[in-house]
Write a protein of this length. Structure first.
Length: 176
């Protein structure tokens, strides 16, 4: 079974400066750990909400760390310092807008302010980048919605084969 490399980028001025503890990075690890049977190696970055820092982290994780999946959290709202989608657009060769559409649709079941979210996803090389919301509960809800398509997407871009834990999540791969 292939080892899967997962990049986690937490874009948060307050967590970066120590005002509060980052809970979202751990929430991502917890959910991914429930969904993937492969051994996983995590590369974690806690950075400020600045486009150049986010872009640098995404490039490092995709090009040098060779992550199959890079998940960001934070910086997807309409506030002035929310620039994670812009950083994602800035480094990706292909955008995958369906991920953001499904995450917003899912989140709207819980909060009407989900329409303010600008989450997206894209491909850089052999890495899939997915922007998630910042709250642990929302991270779980959104990953539950989009994860069924993630392993096949990673197959299509030449990443490692992800074995899903079918007890916790059903993934879809077309029969060949």
């Amino acid at each position: 079974m292939d080892k899967i490399k997962i990049g986690i980028v937490v874009a948060s001025d307050r967590a970066f400066s120590g005002i509060y503890e980052d809970l979202s990075g751990e929430a991502i690890k917890e959910v991914i750990g429930e969904y993937i049977l492969n051994p996983c190696e995590y590369a974690y970055r806690l950075i400020e909400d600045e486009q150049k820092h986010i872009e640098k982290a995404l490039i490092e994780l995709c090009d040098f760390e060779k992550c199959d999946l890079v998940v960001t959290t934070g910086g997807t709202g309409p506030a002035v310092r929310d620039v994670t989608p812009e950083a994602t657009f800035g480094v990706c060769e292909k955008m995958m807008p369906g991920f953001g559409e499904l995450m917003r649709q899912t989140s709207l079941k819980y909060v009407p302010t989900a329409i303010l979210s600008r989450q997206t996803a894209g491909i850089r090389g052999q890495s899939l980048i997915v922007n998630l919301p910042g709250k642990p509960k929302s991270i779980r809800e959104c990953l539950e919605a989009v994860f069924p398509a993630i392993p096949y997407c990673i197959d299509l871009i030449g990443g490692h084969y992800i074995e899903a834990n079918e007890k916790n999540i059903k993934v879809f791969r077309p029969k060949s």
